[in-house]
Design a binder for this molecule. Structure first.
Ligand code: NAG
Length: 142
């Protein structure tokens, strides 16, 4: 996981991913976009075993967050995020081996895992065909 680059609100050509990954591994982008437009914003904190991407608040005009990385040789890369919004929260893997197949675009340049955050939960653009709601928001324990 040494080859981790974080870009905020910047579109990054996917070629960049592959240019930086060794020929043996695949490059990925995880893109998270919030559809929730309010002043509270959605707070996101993503991590892997080795990297802490820090805390980001998604609110207008900054509703998107993405990073790119090279999968490791053992295909064991895993990123999980904790999300907070008002009195709700949720935690799940935004990238793991199973999800990597669901966001595979069969492009040698790289693949993007697209997540969208809505009032009723978290959607993945699964297999690049359909938006699927994979998780709801949970009420914070009181
Ligand atoms: C995406 O592909 C996976 C693996 O083939 C499959 O299990 C899943 O049902 C597919 N999802 C959709 C929305 O087609």
């Amino acid at each position: 996981m040494k080859n981790l680059f974080i870009f905020l609100f910047i579109f990054v050509g996917l070629n960049v991913v592959n240019a930086r990954c060794s020929v043996f591994v695949q490059g990925y982008v995880v893109h998270i976009k919030s559809d929730i437009i309010d002043n509270d914003g959605v707070t996101v904190h993503c991590r892997s075993k080795d990297d802490d991407l820090g805390t980001h608040v998604l609110r207008p005009p900054n509703l998107e967050f993405e990073w790119l990385f090279c999968d490791n040789i053992g295909l064991t890369t895993l990123f999980y995020c904790h999300f907070w919004w008002k009195n709700f929260e949720q935690t799940f893997d935004v990238f793991n081996h199973k999800l990597s197949r669901w966001c595979n675009e069969n492009k040698k340049e790289g693949n993007t895992c697209n997540w969208e955050i809505k009032n009723d939960g978290f959607y993945l653009y699964e297999n690049h065909t359909t938006w699927q709601r994979l998780y709801p928001w949970n009420a914070k324990p009181i």
